[in-house]
Design a binder for this molecule. Structure first.
Ligand code: PHE
Length: 344
């Protein structure tokens, strides 16, 4: 496949250099880049390749397509002599300094975070933030995770070396959920917020675990909010981030601050649910925890828990980023930047 691409590139470049007028340029465009052109035919035939090969060859073929399009534009300009005429007639000031091209792009995690927030903002949520160094109270107690609660073990907490009555009561927040309480304390329903931020846990690091992760917390409190709103909102979000044809699965899960609690999974976009390495043979990939805000917490906030209900969800952005891009996409991402830098 790569051989074929090299051959097409060589021939195309020779033919382009030989094209001497607008008509032959158009002929060249049709022959290589047109709907029935050679490169297009090759791109179509990619669907017959196995996935891994298709990714690599697809990237290379698309790059060639861009290169040839650029070469065509340059040649066209050359032939029309537009630049010369412009300079001669003074329409183009060649003494103007060039415009610097920006190099690089957002980190894939940053990009994913922004896209996730944008998905919720488009549904009427606002973005707020809270502290990374958090009190034991907001991180645990107010969320019904008491000192002896086993849920503390699932979040290997990094304590800040400040004690109060002999107890460590300042932590690096282990999740963004303390902001549920912080927001509810300060505001009255209706509430629709998303809270992004870094969270910290004392993890044994491996390729998919770090002691820092970026989370996004989702909170909606209003009259008449139910599980249907939770499911509808999160389904919409999943489709925005992972593609319109995604399916979602909700199952029971336990978090002390919601009742009922749920986990949401999407069908694996790589194997389409058949089971592969990415989804661990399951066909489904868990992407977030969620649930209805516990009525006891609503009551603690001074809300009328008969009148108001709410749902909350929390997700790790690095994980969503990995599922979204895959390592090959990320390599291609940076290959583009590298190619640009190598010109200098
Ligand atoms: N805070 C939970 C976690 O980090 C996720 C969660 C958020 C679950 C909101 C339910 C509701 O694992």
């Amino acid at each position: 496949m790569i051989d074929q691409l090299t051959r097409i590139e060589q021939e195309a470049r020779e033919a382009l250099a030989a094209a001497g007028d607008a008509e032959s340029l158009e002929g060249w465009r049709v022959a290589y880049l047109g709907r029935k052109g050679r490169l297009t035919a090759l791109l179509r035939s990619l669907t017959e390749l196995p996935l891994e090969e298709r990714r690599a060859a697809g990237g290379a073929a698309n790059r060639l397509k861009n290169d040839l399009e650029a070469a065509l534009a340059v040649r066209r300009e050359e032939l029309e002599g537009r630049r010369l005429v412009a300079i001669e007639t003074g329409r183009l000031d060649v003494t103007l300094p060039g415009r610097a091209k920006s190099v690089g792009r957002l980190h894939p995690v940053t990009q994913t975070l922004r896209d996730v927030l944008a998905a919720f903002v488009s549904m009427g949520f606002s973005v707020v933030e809270g502290p990374e160094v958090e009190s034991d109270y907001y991180n645990f107690e107010a969320l019904r995770i008491t000192k002896d609660h086993p849920a503390r073990d699932t979040m290997d907490t990094l304590y800040v070396d400040i004690t109060h009555d002999g107890e460590y009561d300042v932590v690096m927040r282990t999740h963004t959920s303390p902001n549920q309480v912080r927001v509810m304390e300060k505001t009255q329903p209706p509430i629709r917020v998303v809270v992004p931020g870094r969270c910290y846990r004392n993890e044994a690091t491996d390729p998919t675990h770090e002691w820092m992760q970026t989370q996004v917390e989702v909170l909606a409190v209003d009259e008449g909010i139910g599980m249907a709103d939770l499911k509808g909102t999160l389904f919409q979000f999943a489709k925005r981030i992972f593609g319109q044809d995604r399916k979602v699965r909700f199952r029971c899960d336990y978090f002390p601050f919601v009742e009922p609690g749920a986990e949401m999974a999407i069908d694996c976009s790589i194997c389409k649910g058949a089971g592969c390495r990415t989804c661990g043979g399951e066909g489904w990939i868990e992407i977030l925890g969620a649930g209805m805000v516990h009525p006891e917490i609503l009551a603690n906030m001074g809300y009328d828990a008969q009148r108001y209900t709410g749902f909350a969800a929390g997700m790790g952005i690095e994980r969503i980023c990995m599922l979204r891009y895959g390592i090959e996409d990320i390599r291609l991402f940076y290959a583009d930047d590298l190619r640009f830098l190598k010109q200098f």
